[in-house]
Design a protein around this ligand. Structure first.
Ligand SMILES: Nc1ncnc2c1ncn2[C@@H]1O[C@H](COP(=O)(O)OP(=O)(O)OP(=O)(O)O)[C@@H](O)[C@H]1O
Length: 532
């Protein structure tokens, strides 16, 4: 739950245990709220402050994720507690106190195979550890980012487990309210990446779902077909009962902040809405951007295999969902940063750089910071509260075991062309289930910079992007990738851009039209904000 320690006195009464809350001076929160809000962003905050359940959306780069920090700050000023969750680890790590949906729910990799009532039982109980673990269910406000990647089934789980596991004294008044009475704020863009494996297991019994009609329908294999038959289109969170139950206020953000290049905004909107490109637009996509190497993950794996024996200069990290088991780093190598190190200085998730050397390991407290920018205080405290000692031990163990090199020094090229060099140290995450600590994971938050997968690029602003149009891409992937680039100068499409698939399906179009009328589809309106 955010914030993690005791809050200052507030004129408002929080309904949760204040010992679990924290300092308003947290550097990550301050650093992320340093830009002025636009009116439409302020409107979202006002909706949240009024206590409504809110779903806000907008094109890629409209500031959805960034707005979360301002909402957290507002909620906190009101004396309430808040928890931010997101389906992907990469995006969750960008938010104050953020965690993955699965971790929030106390899930481990096989938890989806377990009947929901057994899961409830495992998470219930009165031991101190379990009570501490469950404290997050007591948050006054639950914020879910990247809701487009949260399946309808997962939203039902969140609703069910929160309703059952919220402390009784909070729950009693709101027994018939969604999520046991917690205020819900959800955001995302249903034109971007869809949920991964949305019908994997039956919610009730945990059995693997059976595919029907070539994958267009799914059902539980048990005799009474728990839940009946699901259409593939029911994968989206907005199709679930919990979505209707929440009675969201729907807000659409129209201004786009990542791209300031008018022509590029037009191209992205056309792509999103499946409007054909002009010849000039095709040319600018193919010729305008950087000449980057055209590599797939297989190419990279081959590269690594070939260089397997040159162990000197390599560091290892542990694996997570989208993390590779081993990332070998060496001087001269291009890398991409996976977390926000210092947003004010322009070093954030997606920054591209080159390793220029290694800083010898040391075992003092500094190892827990991602970086240190001269005299400035460390911008990012990586290991809060209870896990700090554990994290230090793991990272120290890592350093003692890998004597060869040290932390990589990376020279980043900022969007304005300036070069900034920083040491990148380890981050640390823990996974727990039912109050038990299961896994501690340390990693250096860098990816090889020749190529990354689309899910890895989520939430990033990447100054220079090259993508291949001819590859078979899934729903929303191309739009997600293209919209990482801030300008046409930073985008190169290899192949024929006419082959790029549009991203909004009829289901999503219908949903958006129902909620926002024609606003998301009115090109002239969208373009007006850019003077077009
Ligand atoms: N009010 C604002 N003023 C200036 N810049 C902003 C503002 N809001 C957001 N930004 C910047 O715009 C960029 C995109 O923001 P953000 O990543 O939050 O958008 P998003 O809608 O979540 O994008 P995506 O869906 O593609 O991940 C970021 O660099 C962010 O700092």
């Amino acid at each position: 739950m955010w914030p993690p320690n005791s809050p200052p006195e507030s004129s408002h009464t929080s309904r949760v245990d204040k010992s679990s809350s924290g300092s308003n001076d947290d550097p990550q929160l301050k650093e992320q709220c340093s830009w002025p809000l636009t009116q439409e962003q302020q409107d979202v905050i006002d909706e949240v402050a009024a206590g409504n359940n809110v779903f806000y959306t907008g094109s890629a780069g409209s500031g959805k994720s960034t707005l979360i920090s301002a909402i957290v700050k507002k909620v906190w000023e009101m004396g309430k507690s808040v928890q931010v969750i997101a389906p992907s680890r990469v995006v969750a790590a960008l938010h104050p106190g953020g965690m993955t949906v699965e971790r929030f729910l106390g899930h481990i990799p096989n938890s989806m195979d377990i009947p929901i009532n057994q899961l409830l039982h495992a998470l219930s109980g009165k031991s101190t550890m379990k009570v501490a673990e469950r404290r997050r269910f007591a948050a006054d406000v639950l914020i879910i980012d990247e809701i487009n990647m949260v399946s309808g089934e997962m939203l039902e789980r969140i609703n069910h487990l929160m309703t059952q596991l919220r402390p009784r004294k909070i729950r009693r008044a709101d027994i018939h309210a969604p999520c046991g009475g917690a205020q819900l704020v959800v955001t995302g863009n249903f034109g971007q990446l869809p949920p991964t494996d949305p019908f994997r297991c039956c919610f009730l019994c945990g059995k693997k779902m059976r595919q029907l009609q070539g994958g267009s329908c799914f059902t539980c294999p048990s005799q009474n077909y728990h839940g009946g038959v699901y259409q593939e289109s029911q994968k989206w969170a907005f199709k679930s009962n919990s979505w209707d139950f929440a009675k969201f206020d729907h807000v659409h953000l129209n201004e786009i902040h990542r791209q300031t290049d008018f022509d590029f905004v037009v191209i992205l909107q056309k792509f999103r809405l499946r409007i054909p490109f002009t010849a000039d637009e095709v040319r600018s996509m193919m010729e305008g951007g950087p000449k980057l190497s055209d590599a797939t993950r297989e190419d990279l794996d081959k590269f690594f295999e070939k260089h397997r024996h040159t162990e000197d200069g390599f560091l290892k990290i542990f694996s997570g969902d989208q993390l590779r088991p081993v990332v070998r780093l060496r001087e001269g190598m291009n890398v991409i940063l996976q977390v926000n190190v210092d947003k004010l200085a322009g070093l954030c998730n997606g920054s591209q750089g080159r390793i220029v050397g290694f800083e010898p390991f040391n075992t003092d407290r500094k190892m827990l910071h991602l970086s240190q920018g001269g005299d400035r205080p460390p911008p990012f405290w990586l290991v809060p509260g209870l896990n700090e000692r554990f994290a230090k031990d793991i990272i120290r163990w890592y350093m003692e075991r890998n004597q060869v090199q040290g932390w990589p020094r990376v020279e980043f090229k900022l969007a304005n062309g300036e070069l900034v060099t920083r040491t990148i140290r380890a981050t640390f995450q823990v996974e727990s289930f039912g109050g038990r600590l299961l896994l501690g994971r340390a990693r250096i938050p860098l990816l090889p910079g020749w190529a990354i997968t689309v899910p890895e690029s989520q939430g990033m602003t990447i100054p220079r992007v090259a993508l291949r149009a001819s590859d078979t891409f899934g729903e929303g992937q191309m739009y997600t990738t293209m919209s990482r680039a801030p300008s046409l100068n930073g985008l190169t499409v290899i192949g024929n851009p006419h082959e790029l698939p549009g991203c909004i399906s009829d289901d999503i179009r219908k949903f958006l039209t129902e909620k926002f009328g024609t606003t998301p589809f009115m090109e002239p309106q969208l373009l007006n904000s850019y003077g077009g």
